[in-house]
Ligand binder design. Sequence first.
Ligand SMILES: Nc1ncnc2c1ncn2[C@@H]1O[C@H](COP(=O)(O)OP(=O)(O)OP(=O)(O)O)[C@@H](O)[C@H]1O
Length: 367
Amino acid sequence: MATRDDVIRELAEVPVPGGRNLVDADLVRALQVGGDEVRFVIEAPDAALARALEPARAEAERRLRALGFARVGIVTTAQAGPAPRVTARSGEGAAKGAGAPPALKLGRHPVPQAGPQAIPGVRHIVAIGSGKGGVGKSTLTTNLAVALARAGRRVGVLDADIYGPSQPRMLGATDRPRSEGERIIPVQAHGVTMMSLGLMMKEGEAVVWRGPMLMGALQQMLNQVEWGELDVLLVDLPPGTGDVQLSLCQKAPVSGAIIVSTPQDVALIDARRAIDMFDKLGTPILGLVENMSVYVCPNCGHEAHLFGHGGVSAEAAARGLPLLGEIPLDLSVRLGGDAGQPVAASEGPVADAYARLAGRLIGDGMA
Ligand SMILES: Nc1ncnc2c1ncn2[C@@H]1O[C@H](COP(=O)(O)OP(=O)(O)OP(=O)(O)O)[C@@H](O)[C@H]1O
């Protein structure tokens, strides 16, 4: 069976625009070779180059199959826009009694590891993804976690949304994580164990994330945090199909992914991309959730579908995937998120919708 070196030699034969090859141009990331399977990421600096690299991706796939690999997974990613700057925001992690945050060595390259590494004590890892930003993925993660905790499950949230870590605010977590030697002790809020990259940065510190740094930081969040015994760890992913998604699925045994979308066509187009990415990475899709599904006027009870209706359930049906839940558009969701009092911790129809979703996951044996 071909080795990692054989793969690299083969990829060095694949030309890319500009006259170099995939290896010399340093476009190959997260290469994994095992048995009859090879996977890696072609990381393009922007979307235009990502498109221009399609012939190279196809050629690489052809060559690797010819080498004898039955399963070849190659995903091309592009940084969306300029390299994102991540700045710890005031209020998040700038909390009471805050000392220096535990030393997360940002920029540290990932420690090579053979493949997905289980987190001791964590039964399931469920990724919460979306194609498009702003569809309510973080809000869903928070409220689902709280609903699961209310149902008696031991639940953790890993906020890996590096472009806008919002779990500390949404969960109203004001404590900072502590460090004990090499271990990082996460924070607790509403019965949920939570750790966020946002909590690891000093206030005002600007960090330009690059692919290998991200992978290193994520690996530390997964393996260095004292998660304890958890039925499920929900991972709040950044929007899109980038490095974090890929790293997570390659570094951790992800049980499955939940895709959040609004019924709007434009959100659905991006949701399809997210579904395709998880498919390519071999991560099972547990199902879709329609967020901002229906707006019920609090005065007259009239139901309005501001973002359309039924789009997500139609998409789920077309893909043969379950529709796991529908969460209404409700002011209480936003107010609860802004105040750090998740609506799922209260009573009412919206909390019931999150509870149903939690029940569904528990019923499916995922939490
Ligand atoms: N069901 C809902 N009803 C009302 N407001 C909602 C609902 N879901 C989310 N929101 C609000 O929409 C905004 C975006 O939500 P959120 O930050 O969770 O999205 P996101 O997909 O995680 O965004 P990003 O990917 O950019 O971080 C927030 O202000 C949130 O309070």
